[in-house]
Each structure stands twice: as structure tokens, then as C-alpha cells.
Design a protein around this ligand. Structure first.
Ligand code: GTP
Length: 334
């Protein structure tokens, strides 16, 4: 639970908002019933139930975007309802609700829901009698919406930038190991759902240490960047490319069965050998290939591809070993 809260920003926000709603609205719901205002009490109770159900849905399905829209719609409808059946005190709830809308949802959704909420409340003659009161409400609610809009947009932009930095290797521009773990999980789920094959190549630059030792670290870095460029030029846009260690890379190939894996591995290996060199010394790679087997875990799959790659190294380097099943013997693919 702690791990999900830490890794899923949207889920954490939904959970926090649901907890704050429970703490903030429950005393009012009780008070409404005690004061003989059952209708308003029922609205408060409905808000609490809907928010709880929305948060539970987000936890169960992981569909946080849908849950966030549901939460924002519930808050807004609740506010409009209270403004029409209670007095001015109901209107005051719209301010935190507007802020929550913008923090929970994307720009278009939050603008739409907030505008509808402001208009819905402004139409209430019970809570806002007279034109000047209505105008003052619309003006203040619009200003709060604009502040929230600006703040939420900036915060979202910075969060996306930070996420991109955290998942990318700055030298080659490829995704890093953390990025790979996320992408592997997504691709495995999609493959299981669609029945489409999924392939993985793990490769390592041969004798890379000697490049560093003979020509310096900068020359080694240039080789890493060159290899990454060649891989990108020889794979499709929906293939995923990762730098998983110093001179170790992986390519995740959606839709690639055994034959396609063999073909892509051969193409990459030959392209690196042909196009990458360091001060005239050719650069080669050793590749381990493994198709995803339904039912196996990401770590077992990775271990199989890794094992095949080490086998390629031991067999003399600059070659591909394909490991089709969970157990060796491996199959040469070159
Ligand atoms: N230039 C550079 N070198 C790196 C980087 N990350 C790791 N290395 C170096 O990569 C080298 C890897 O060496 P080894 O693991 O011995 O492998 P190798 O020399 O490629 O030998 P084989 O893999 O067996 O073919 C080490 O010298 C690391 O210091 C990096 O970002 N830049």
C-alpha cells in the first residue's frame, strides 16, 4: 500500500482527498440531521459514499483518471445541490472544490466541471439572492479557478519533467532500468490481453573496458552514444529502448515473435559492426534474445534474456543467442 502511494501520484492525491472529505464533511452531515435538515444531510452522506466508492475504484482498478473525474463531478454536483437546498453557507464549499478539481484533473476536464459548478451555483436564488451577490460569487469563484488552473498546470508540467528525468539516461537518451521495469509491466499486460507476441533483446558492447582503457572514458562515452543512435535508427518507433547498465542495453519489441526477434537481433548486430568504430577499431555487440512466455514473471524473462546474452559472450562474442523456452539448451540465431 505504501509503495503504491509512493509510486502513483494520482492515486495518492485521490486517497488524500477522500480522507480529507471524510474528515471535513462527516461532522456537517451529522449536524444537518441533528438540526432537522435531513435533505442536506442526505446530500452530504451521498457525497461521502460517492467519494469513498471513487477512491476504492481507483485502488482496485488503477484507473485513477476516471476516478479523479468522478470525484470532481461528485464534489461539484454536491456543491450545486447544497447551494439550491441550503443557505449561503453551502456556497462556501465551492472554493475548496474548485481547487480540488484543478489538482485532480487535466485542464479541459477541470475547466468544464468548474464552469458548470459556478453556473449551477450562480443560478440559486436561495443561496445567492440578488444580482450583485451572484456577480460577486462568479467573480471570486472565477479568480480562485484561474489561480488553481495556473498552479495545477505549472505543477503538472514540472512533475512530468521530473518523471522524464528520473526515467531517462542522460548520456544516450534511452530509458533507464527504472523506465524499463515500468514499460515491461505495461507491455506484458498488453501482450497477455491481446495475445500478441512480445520479444526482448538484451545486449552488451564487447570488450568495452578496453575501449575506455585504450582511448579514454570520453571515447567510451562516444561509443555508447553511437551505439544508441544506431539501435534507434534500426528499430521501430513502438519498440522500446533502454540503457540498463554501463554498456548494457535492452530493446523491447511488441508484436515480435521468435522469427522477428531473430531478424531484428541480426539487423542490430550487423548495423553496429558496420557503422560503429572507435579510432578505427570496430565495435561489436553480443545479444541475448528471449520471447515472452505467458505466465512467466518479468524477472524470469529478463534472467532468460540475460543468460542468453552471457552465453553469446562465452561463445566468442559478436553473436546472438536466442533462448526460446524457460530452460536451456539455447538456440543460436547469429
Ligand atoms: N565510458 C564509459 N564507460 C562506462 C560507463 N559505464 C560503465 N563503463 C565501463 O564499461 C566497462 C565494462 O567492462 P566489463 O564489464 O569488464 O565488460 P567488457 O570490457 O565490455 O567485456 P565483455 O562484456 O566481456 O565483452 C567498465 O570499464 C566500466 O567502467 C559509461 O557511462 N561510460
Amino acid at each position: 500500500m505504501k509503495e503504491r502511494i509512493r509510486s502513483d501520484f494520482h492515486l495518492a492525491l485521490i486517497t488524500l482527498f477522500a480522507a480529507i472529505t471524510a474528515l471535513g464533511v462527516t461532522p456537517f452531515a451529522i449536524r444537518r440531521f441533528l438540526q432537522g435538515q435531513p435533505l442536506t444531510g442526505i446530500v452530504d452522506l451521498a457525497i461521502l459514499l460517492c467519494i469513498g466508492a471513487g477512491a476504492a475504484y481507483a485502488w482496485r482498478t488503477g484507473r485513477t483518471a476516471g476516478a479523479a473525474t468522478f470525484l470532481a463531478a461528485t464534489y461539484s454536483i454536491g456543491c450545486v445541490a447544497v447551494a439550491h437546498i441550503a443557505d449561503f453557507s453551502g456556497v462556501l464549499w465551492v472554493y475548496p472544490v474548485l481547487v480540488a478539481n484543478f489538482l485532480l484533473n487535466g485542464r479541459a476536464t477541470s475547466l468544464l466541471i468548474s464552469t458548470l459548478a459556478i453556473v449551477g451555483i450562480a443560478l440559486s436564488d436561495t443561496a445567492l439572492p440578488g444580482l450583485s451577490t451572484k456577480l460577486a460569487f462568479v467573480a471570486t469563484a472565477t479568480v480562485v479557478s484561474l489561480f488553481s488552473f495556473v498552479f495545477a498546470s505549472r505543477a503538472q508540467m514540472q512533475r512530468l519533467q521530473l518523471e522524464a528525468i528520473a526515467l531517462r539516461d542522460p548520456l544516450t537518451g534511452a530509458s533507464n532500468r527504472r523506465g524499463m521495469e515500468v514499460e515491461l509491466r505495461i507491455a506484458m499486460t498488453a501482450s497477455l490481453r491481446s495475445g500478441q507476441p512480445l520479444g526482448l533483446l538484451v545486449f552488451d558492447i564487447d570488450h568495452f573496458k578496453s575501449i575506455n582503457d585504450d582511448f579514454g572514458h570520453e571515447a567510451g562515452d562516444e561509443v555508447l552514444v553511437r551505439v544508441a543512435d544506431v539501435v534507434r535508427a534500426n528499430t521501430r518507433t513502438d519498440d522500446r529502448f533502454f540503457r540498463t547498465g554501463g554498456e548494457e542495453f535492452s530493446v523491447l519489441l511488441p508484436g515480435a515473435g521468435v522469427d522477428a526477434l531473430r531478424e531484428v537481433a541480426g539487423k542490430l548486430r550487423q548495423a553496429v559492426e558496420r557503422e560503429v568504430a572507435c579510432r578505427g577499431r570496430p565495435v561489436t555487440i553480443s545479444i541475448g534474445a528471449a520471447p515472452f512466455l505467458p505466465g512467466e514473471s518479468a524477472s524470469d524473462w529478463l534472467a532468460r534474456a540475460d543468460g542468453a546474452m552471457y552465453e553469446a559472450k562465452h561463445a566468442g562474442r559478436n553473436r546472438t543467442v536466442l533462448r526460446e523456452g524457460a530452460q536451456p539448451p539455447a538456440q543460436r540465431a547469429t
